[in-house]
Ligand binder design. Structure first.
Ligand code: HQG
Length: 177
């Protein structure tokens, strides 16, 4: 079992389905580290050192420990309603959204919808957006006029690992890239 596989399983538990191992998340998305290790290790090897290694080396910095190291949570990407205390900020004037080409026609009609997640995920650079888009097949990039959205009263948040989030991007703020 590679660290990457274990990390994917952690994402599933900490963002979407903690009930798979009977884990509970609090309202801020935190899970108890000992509890998580105990429950996950019934299925695959996991100890504190390995968990710390996964958190420290994760390519997208997906997880955080609480200051006392007793709790762990995913920084963003949830489908279950938790409040990870995102900071509400003024976004850069332009952000990007990477998606699959096959979704483009629908996006051009409905704008960007959050689908199963709590927010629409936006990237600050084209490279990152392209990687996100590749997860869905041939990538397609949209440029988001986030500066205009902000001026029009839309709220933006940035997760601690640098992902920009907003609830909906109407078509008029989107441009094909
Ligand atoms: C698409 C990964 C049709 C949207 C990434 C996306 C990200 C529409 C898909 C994070 C639509 C949902 C999130 C519309 C949006 N019609 N399709 N109107 N509006 N969509 O996976 O943004 O590796 O929930 O374009 O790096 O791809 O898991 O969202 O393609 O940061 O840590 O609906 O997940 O991070 O797909 O990815 P997702 P996403 P991790």
């Amino acid at each position: 079992m590679s660290l990457k596989d274990t990390s994917k399983f952690l994402s599933l538990l900490l963002r979407h389905k903690p009930q798979l191992v009977g884990l509970e998340l609090d309202e801020h998305g935190w899970a108890d580290v000992n509890e998580l290790i105990r429950r996950v290790s019934r299925r695959r090897p996991l100890d504190r050192t390995t968990l710390e290694q996964i958190v420290a080396t994760d390519d997208k910095q997906r997880y955080s420990f609480s200051a006392d190291g007793k709790l762990i949570r995913a920084n963003q990407g949830h489908s279950i309603p938790v409040d990870v205390e995102l900071s509400e900020l003024e976004p850069p004037p332009i952000l990007y959204h990477g998606t699959g080409e096959r979704f483009a026609a629908s996006i051009k009609i409905h704008g960007l919808l959050k689908k199963s997640r709590l927010y629409v995920h936006l990237s600050s650079d084209v490279d990152t957006a392209t990687k996100v888009g590749r997860r869905h097949g041939t990538p397609k990039i949209f440029r988001v006029n986030s500066g205009k959205m902000f001026a029009d009263g839309f709220k933006f948040f940035r997760s601690v690992n640098g992902v920009w989030l907003t609830e909906h991007v109407p078509v008029k703020y989107l441009e094909e890239f």
